[in-house]
Ligand binder design. Structure first.
Ligand code: PMP
Length: 453
């Protein structure tokens, strides 16, 4: 399929070649790259995107899961337009009505969230959550799970996608740097084994006096769910050891369920981070949780509020600094609110589509004789080329056949179905009967080509 790819995507190839002279690797985020070169897209409409060579694809990347309503949803566009018309400005730089409205809306879906702060990305959200935990507990170190991603900054760039040779023992994974400029120097996070209760217990017990927080994707990469028992135990132990439990629901929020993964597990974390879907396609993030933790950022902590210029008796060091020119951007909040409101009505339909697609793919795999399994929860899943393993954590995923899955992805592109090679599938409200039929036909064709080739 790779030769055919080169012939079919000549314009992408040309544009990427030129882009390399101006952007490192031709891309603006490393995740956008894949070999031999990524497809350049030029248009999106509903569930579909079109590349610069004129091919349309049913899109399952959906802006890395951000577009829960599909490309260019009319309701969201109208909400943005109305906000601009009503408020007249793009940015106030002052408090405004949507900040409160949006906070109350999130609290409807996430009962664990008593107060929120807004950020400009999921990365910023997890950064703030971590600092909140450090100030709250007076401790420094963070624990994260092997294979989990929380944003592109030094403190968290460990053991996201390590080779199994480097990663050490399953029960006590070694911290593996994921970037140049990141070292194992004693400040790195403690790496917990996901879905391995004894390993997790041992490490928490060993580091409890140093640990400020455990940060976890309750559903790894949005598609490998934690065991209920693992999550129960993690909640118990973090409480017992005075460690802040942070659920990073940037992927799972409004996808595992409308109330995120915490609603599925019926567990309340101390802090939650959100992003992607709730920004309606714009850069956005949320940190929310217990008032006693969130209020550490309050500028009126211990102050005489109405005394001009006063910080009360305290100093800057009594408050956790959190600011940002664009925090609570009105256009983004309008887009996010419209997304949540519409999604509320459409989520069941998205779940039905997801179910039918997963069953269809597995059925085709069986018929054609390819070991395709799907794994996921809510409106995200992934297709795993998997002979025998029951997928429960990062190491299982490493043992699946990613080489053939990648070939399948290229065959699918040829047949008009897009996700970035090896990426998960995110379903939107714009995926309907026509897209389902089209996708399953494309799968049948792609699988037969692979089998024949
Ligand atoms: N946490 C998780 C679980 C994520 O999936 C992501 C993004 N893929 C982030 C944090 C970072 O979010 P952003 O890309 O908006 O900075």
């Amino acid at each position: 399929p790779f030769i055919e790819y080169g012939l079919r995507t000549q314009e992408s190839k040309k544009q990427m070649k030129e882009a390399e002279n101006h952007l490192p690797g031709g891309v603006t985020a490393n995740i956008k790259y894949f070999a031999p070169y990524p497809v350049v897209m030029e248009k999106g409409k509903g569930a579909w995107i079109k590349d610069v060579d004129g091919h349309w694809y049913v899109d399952y990347l959906m802006g890395y899961g951000s577009l829960a309503l599909g490309h260019g949803d009319e309701t969201v566009k109208e909400a943005i337009f109305q906000q601009l018309k009503k408020d007249g400005t793009l940015l106030f730089g002052t408090p405004h009505r949507l900040e409160l409205e949006f906070a109350m809306k999130i609290q409807d879906y996430f009962p664990s969230i008593e107060k929120v702060r807004y950020t400009n990305s999921g990365t910023e959200a997890t950064q703030l959550a971590i600092r909140l935990a450090q100030v709250f507990t007076g401790k420094k170190r963070i624990a994260k799970c092997e294979g989990h991603y929380h944003g592109g900054y030094k403190e968290m760039l460990y053991s996201i996608n390590p080779s199994l040779e480097e990663a050490g023992e399953e029960a006590a994974p070694y911290p593996v740097p994921e970037s140049a400029g990141v070292e194992v120097d004693g400040q790195e996070p403690v790496i917990l084994p996901f879905n391995h209760i004894e390993g997790m217990e041992k490490l928490l017990n060993k580091y409890k006096d140093q640990l400020a927080a455990v940060v976890i994707e309750p559903v790894q990469a949005g598609f490998i769910p934690a065991d209920q028992e693992y999550m129960n135990r993690l909640r118990q132990l973090t409480q017992k050891y005075n460690v802040v439990l942070i659920y990073d629901e940037v992927k799972t929020g409004f996808r595992s369920s409308l109330g995120g993964a915490q609603n599925v597990y019926q567990i309340e974390p101390d802090l939650t981070t959100l992003g992607k879907v709730i920004g309606g396609g714009f850069p956005f993030g949320v940190v929310g949780g217990k008032s006693e933790i969130m209020d550490l950022t309050s500028p009126i902590r211990g102050a005489d509020v109405f005394e001009a210029g006063s910080k009360g008796k305290g100093t800057a060091r009594d408050i956790l600094f959190h600011s940002g020119t664009y925090n609570g951007h009105p256009t983004i909040l309008a887009a996010g609110l419209a997304t949540m409101n519409k999604l509320d009505q459409q989520f069941d339909q998205i779940l039905r589509y997801t179910d039918e697609l997963r069953n269809g793919i597995e059925g085709i795999g069986k018929r054609v004789g390819l070991p395709l399994k799907t794994c996921g929860i809510g409106s995200i899943f992934n297709v795993i080329w998997n002979e025998e393993t029951n997928l429960r954590h990062y190491r299982d995923l490493q043992k699946t056949n990613t080489k053939l899955r990648r070939e399948l992805d290229f065959e699918l592109m040829r047949a008009g179905v897009y996700t970035k090679p090896l990426n998960r599938y995110s379903i939107s409200a714009a995926h309907g009967e026509d897209e389902l039929t089209f996708t399953l036909k494309a799968y049948e064709k792609a699988c037969r080509n692979l089998k024949g080739g």
